[in-house]
Ligand binder design. Structure first.
Ligand code: PLP
Length: 455
């Protein structure tokens, strides 16, 4: 068998990674010994920044109820919660009159947006989105746009659909900033221009964008933004929905309860409620002050770091990944908008003859590298990229070589970010090359739907 060329070495003259937790965790290999865990699944959940952990730990002794108590720690916690809102607002460039609601996650934020839409709103989404963007619009009139083959086509397809719409009805385009499957950056500013030209608003799903690029709502001119703390190095259960105040203020609260209500009056036949009109309207219940504070801490850490240097660093690691994978002819990197499209540190791929779950299991068990396999909550997109039909079963099948010409049903995704050492990407590239060239050294089986090493 011809030897593969050695993957090129990464650029060593890079900015230092931001310190994150977990880089010193040792994990056992099935083949014996242990290695430092290489966390390359940032797109699912990124490790916590050291700084976030220190800030949260320093605050915890002072933890108290938010918006409730008269006590010192309650007031301190309330101040911290509201200051966190200001920091996160600044981080994403909110306009002065925008509202910013702390939610549980991007999924929660997008579902909240779906609940606050004015009656009769038309929603436009591409079929290639994450399920969190595809599915929440049960009360709206949804137009699903076909997958574009380029950034240019994305704007064209949208412009065409919008040209045919009824201008009397409110409209919303919900679009991702960076794909969680391909990492490709969507032309958000151009999409916004086209939408605004016909009075349609834009909601940016920034779950994969905010951790990787500076984002300014005013520059992009988006009306709303949604993202999650756990992908932004702050895994304490908070998310954000921010944007234009009118729809948020005019809608029924997402959750009914304390905090969202200003005054409740008992009548013979029930209650009348005056709801809050500020950010708290959709934050009923005790707020997640630690989650909000952790997000603010992460925003501060990224803002104070040289974000441009972090982007340059990520782009260098991305080039290293892509040129390394390109030395393995059996590997195909997935792309929707064209292989030259700009992308963040998210790379999905398949390897000829390999069941992707098998490859991901071997990367973990034999190399201590944590990636993700599957369809990444974007089933229509992954099926499209793999050339599979919607009728094809999604089960990953036995961990054995695929028959010649047989298509994998899912993909492997590696993803990284501001805390990733060069060595992790280097190890990943070498491990993929070795596995594809020589095969797995261990035996695997399917257990509870997962591919696992036989022990
Ligand atoms: N949107 C995109 C592009 C994502 O990648 C994800 C998560 O993977 C989500 C939305 C949903 O985020 P969460 O799981 O934090 O709600």
């Amino acid at each position: 068998m011809p030897a593969h060329p050695t993957p090129p070495a990464p650029d060593r003259a890079l900015a230092a990674p931001l310190p994150v937790l977990g880089t010193d965790i040792m994990v056992p290999l099935v083949t014996g010994g242990e290695v430092p865990y290489a966390a390359l699944d940032y797109a699912a959940s990124a490790p916590a920044l050291q700084r976030v952990w220190e800030d949260v730990a320093a605050y915890l002794p002072y933890y108290g109820s938010v918006h409730r108590g008269a006590g010192y720690l309650s007031q301190l916690s309330t101040d911290l919660f509201e200051q966190s809102r200001v920091i996160v607002r600044d981080f994403v460039g909110c306009r002065p009159d925008d509202q910013l609601v702390f939610t549980r996650s991007t999924t929660d934020s997008l579902n909240m947006m779906a609940m606050v839409l004015p009656a009769g709103t038309e929603v436009y989404i591409f079929e290639t989105e994450h399920h969190a963007t595809l599915l929440p619009w049960r009360r709206a009139d949804v137009t699903v746009l076909p997958a574009p083959a380029s950034r240019y086509e994305a704007v064209e397809v949208l412009a065409e659909a919008l040209a045919a719409r009824n201008p009397q009805r409110p409209g919303l385009v919900c679009v991702t900033g960076a794909s969680n499957v391909t990492g490709e950056l969507w032309p958000v500013a151009e999409i916004t221009e086209v939408a605004h030209a016909v009075g349609v608003r834009v909601l940016l799903d920034a779950a994969q964008l905010v951790p990787h690029r500076p984002v300014d709502m005013r520059d992009l001119d988006v009306d709303y933004i949604a993202f999650s703390g756990h992908k932004l190095y702050a895994p304490f259960g908070a998310g954000v929905l921010a944007g234009r105040p009118d729809w948020l203020r005019d809608a029924e609260p997402y959750l009914a309860g304390g905090g969202a209500s200003r005054r409740v009056t008992r009548h013979a036949d029930g209650f009348t409620v005056e709801w809050q009109e500020n950010d708290n309207r959709h934050e009923a219940g005790s707020p997640n002050v630690i989650g909000a504070y952790a997000m603010a801490s992460a925003c501060r850490a990224l803002a104070e770091a040289d974000f441009d240097a972090l982007v340059a660093r990520e782009e260098s690691l991305l080039r290293h990944t892509l040129t390394g994978l390109a030395t393995v002819p059996q590997v195909r990197v997935l792309s929707l908008l064209g292989q030259d499209s700009p992308r963040v540190g998210v790379v999905s791929f398949v390897a000829d003859g390999w069941n992707s779950s098998h490859l991901a299991a071997a990367l973990s068990a034999e190399h201590g590298i944590g990636v993700r396999d599957g369809m990444f909550c974007a089933h229509p997109l992954v099926r499209l990229l793999l050339g599979n039909s919607p009728d094809q079963p999604d089960q990953c099948g036995a961990p054995e070589p695929l028959a010649p010409g047989e298509r994998p049903v899912n993909a492997v995704r590696m993803s990284f970010g501001a805390g990733t050492p060069v060595e992790h990407v280097d190890r990943f590239v070498k491990a993929v090359a070795q596995l594809v060239r020589d095969g797995a050294r261990w035996t695997y089986r399917i257990e509870a739907g997962r591919c696992v090493p036989v022990r």
